[in-house]
Ligand binder design. Structure first.
Ligand code: ADP
Ligand code: MG
Length: 283
């Protein structure tokens, strides 16, 4: 009947990589989510551009160029907003810093594009006002050149996914994100997530997960749901690593124990229901 359970799950778009994970799913007490690409669409739209010393067009162009080698959702969005073809001959020395941003040389200019952490690291003073959204700060040749505000949307079924988990026996839902506190709290509140930790580096996410293990019972399990390359270590550390396969990275899919083959987080509770049913039949 375990095979029946795995087959049943796969027909509903959930790939379970072994009967032990099917059993673990039934005992899940804490579900931890990544934000971008997992609960949100991972597709950012440009909301505002504020440039200093260059035009808005130049700021967007240089940023899109600096970001052009990356597959990060933010990079893809900025390239998309720029809209024109990228001439690779204009870019050299690209360095991507996980959880921070990008440094690249474009037309001979050093472009630094990323969050506050990156600006601090590079000792560049930046706009400190509050906005609801994700801010990409940009410096050109070590001088602040302005910022671009981008915003992502919740996936259609994220709220439903959290609601159903709470109605089942899930004790706690948590969100971990590298994004800023304002946007993280807004998303968590809208979805009814119990606890949120923001501005985390990939390594901080593993550390937070370690802390969360102490909040479940001995026989209870902790699941982590993520989609990005940066999520592979956390996916591996959780009792059950669940990857969103729809747009997810290969690294995440490989590191995961369970793969949601569509883009719907509500499939997590579908998988848990199937696992509980299977266990009832098995014992
Ligand atoms: P998460 O997957 O939790 O959203 P990441 O670790 O991928 O977060 O990124 C965290 C933060 O680091 C982003 O919200 C952004 O501020 C910054 N960042 C990461 N990569 C880039 C990039 N390529 N360009 C600009 N900012 C970036
Ligand atoms: Mg992510």
């Amino acid at each position: 009947s375990f095979f029946g359970g795995i087959g049943g799950a796969s027909r509903k778009g959930v790939l379970v990589k072994g009967s032990n994970y099917l059993e673990a799913l039934a005992k899940t007490e804490i579900v931890v989510f990544d934000k971008t690409g997992t609960l949100t669409k991972g597709v950012f739209n440009v909301q505002e551009i504020h440039s200093e010393g260059v035009s808005e067009e130049e700021l967007l162009e240089l940023t899109a160029y600096a970001e052009s080698y990356s597959n990060h959702p933010i990079s893809l969005s900025l390239k998309n907003a720029y809209g024109k073809e990228i001439d690779n001959g204009r870019i050299i020395d690209v360095e991507e810093i996980p959880g921070h941003g990008i440094i690249a040389t474009v037309d001979g200019n050093k472009v630094i594009a990323g969050n506050i952490k990156l600006m601090k690291k590079m000792k560049i003073s930046y706009f400190e006002g509050e906005v609801i959204g994700t801010i990409v700060h940009v410096a050109i040749n070590d001088k602040y050149a302005g910022y671009i505000v981008i915003a992502d949307e919740l996936k259609k079924d994220s709220a439903q996914a959290i609601k159903v988990l709470k109605e089942a026996d899930i004790k706690k839902t948590v969100m971990l994100t590298g994004d800023n506190k304002n946007i993280a709290s807004k998303v968590a509140k809208e979805l009814g997530i119990d606890k949120v930790y923001a501005e985390l580096l990939p390594a901080d996410k593993v550390e937070k997960l370690e802390e969360l293990f102490s909040q479940k019972s001995n026989k209870g399990k902790l699941a982590f749901v993520g989609d990005g390359i940066n999520d592979a270590p956390v996916l591996a550390r959780a009792d059950i690593g669940i990857a969103m396969g729809g747009l997810g990275s290969d690294a995440a899919i490989e590191a995961a124990d369970v793969v949601i083959m569509t883009d719907e987080p509500s499939k997590i509770s579908t998988a848990m229901k199937i696992s509980k049913k299977t266990l009832k039949i098995a014992y």
